[in-house]
Structures are given as C-alpha cells and as structure tokens.
Design a protein. Structure first.
Length: 281
C-alpha cells in the first residue's frame, strides 16, 4: 500500500516538473523574440536618424526669389529689412542693392526698372526657371520668359555659402548685369540735365522714355514696346515749352515743360490722359 502511494506521488511530481519546464521555455522564447524585434526597430530608427537632408539646389533659390518678388515681398526697393536682401544675395551685391535703395530716397535710383525682368513695363508669359549648372561652389541658373512678345534670357550667377546658395550677379541678354548697373549708378554723380536741351531719360507717369535729338526733331523711344516716335518743337505757349508729335491722323502726343531746363512738366497723351514728366538722367 505504501509503495503504491509513493509511486503515485512520484508520478505527480514528475508531471509537475515537466509542465513547469515547458512553461519556462515558452516564456524564454517570447522574451527573446521581443528583444530581437526591439533591437531591429532600434537599428532602423538609428539608421533613419543618421540621414542628412539634401543640399538645396541653386534654381530653388532663384524660383523662390521670383515667387516673393511677384508677391510684393521683394528684397529690392525697400529699406526696412536688410536681412531680406542678404537672404538671396552675396554680401557685396547685397551692399549695392541696399545702398541704392537708401540713397534714392523713394526716387528713381540706379535701378530704374524691375531687375528680375530687366524692364519698366511687364507683360510676362512663358516664364521658366531652368536647371542650374553647378561647377564646384559656383552655379549658373537660366531664366527665360517673354515680355510683350519679346523673348528674354537671363543668367543667374550663384556661389555656395556653406550649405546654401547666394546670387552674385544677374546677366541680362543686352550685355549688362545687375552689379554693373548698380556700380555705374553709384559712381554717376551727374544730376538731371539743366542745360536747356530736350534729351536724356524721362519718367512719364509709371513708364519711361529716352529722348535723342535728330536733326530738327526729337526721337522718343518708349520703354514699353519697341517703337519710336518723333516730336517737334512748337515753341512757347502759356509759359510752357511744347514738343508735339505729328501723327498722320488723330490727335498728337504732347510734352509740356515748365521751363527751358526741360526737367519737369506734363505729358498730354492723345487719348486725353495726363501724366507728370520728370527727367531722371
């Protein structure tokens, strides 16, 4: 009887040990699997965190400049935010832009038109910023567009500043450049003419024209469009000095100057509208 009871106790003990051993193994496997997953996830996260952002492309800066410029947030023609100029241009060019804006005091300075379109009047179509051509720490970015039907090709010259790009100059297809215009303007100490000659550059309302004496007439070339117009002296009338066009039909365009210095006056357009005249160069 005692032997049978002892045998039963032994069997129960062995059964318990077997069940405990299986349970422990299952726990160990589960823990090891979670550890492996944790290590794998940690490795993946570490690898992702080590990735570095791609350096901005030079054409991205040029495209952003046009976007802000067209949104009336241009770095040009403002004297409130020097940092806005430095955001896009190298220091030497930014210095020239900032100086021209401050020296002109709201009047026409060295930049007498929009430097991003190289014009006073704009009707822009087919605008495109091209892919930059990078050579070391320098890059050229082409910009093309049509203004009043005329195709324009500009080249932005950039240099790398750390991980960023900055514009050094803008080359225009007429052979001039932003830096050249700014430098020439800053060294030009001449004042609007007062020698009694109807010639030079004039601002008529919001547009510009250039006047050149031609024999007994005066050739007026308007910035908007490509045409020229001939004007002839009509002498003095009501203390004003008059120059008028001679159209084959319709009314004439008229320059009416305040005095014989031909610096200020009123322009009477053929359609009846009037615009102030001011000589700028």
């Amino acid at each position: 009887m005692k032997n049978k009871f002892a045998s039963k106790i032994l069997c129960v003990s062995l059964l318990c040990l077997a069940m405990f051993g299986c349970s422990s193994t299952a726990v160990n496997v589960s823990v090891n699997t979670n550890t492996a997953n944790t290590n794998a996830n940690s490795s993946t996260a570490s690898s992702a965190g080590a990735a570095t952002p791609e350096t901005a492309k030079p054409e991205t800066l040029v495209a952003e400049l046009y976007k802000q410029h067209d949104a009336k947030k241009s770095p040009f023609f403002q004297t409130k935010d020097r940092a806005l100029v430095d955001k896009y241009f190298v220091k030497s060019t930014a210095d020239l832009i900032w100086k021209d804006a401050n020296d002109s005091k709201g009047e026409v300075g060295a930049l007498d038109g929009d430097p991003l379109y190289n014009a006073q009047d704009m009707e822009i179509k087919n605008f495109k910023t091209g892919q930059g051509v990078v050579k070391g720490d320098k890059a050229d970015v082409p910009v093309t567009f049509e203004n009043f039907g005329k195709k324009n090709n500009l080249t932005y010259m950039l240099v790398k500043s750390g991980a960023d790009w900055r514009i050094e100059d803008i080359k225009y297809d007429d052979g001039s450049s932003l830096v050249k215009i700014l430098k020439d303007g800053s060294t030009d100490n001449s004042k609007p003419g007062s020698d009694g000659n109807f010639e030079g550059k004039y601002r008529i309302g919001e547009t510009f024209c250039t006047v050149k004496p031609v024999k007994m007439a005066f050739e007026v070339k308007w910035e908007k469009g490509t045409g020229t117009e001939m004007f002839f002296s009509e002498g003095e009338a009501n203390d004003k000095f008059i120059f008028a066009s001679q159209p084959e039909t319709g009314k004439a365009n008229v320059f009416s100057f305040d005095d014989e210095n031909y610096n200020t006056g009123t322009f009477f357009r053929a359609d009846g509208k009037e615009f102030p005249i001011k000589r700028v160069k």
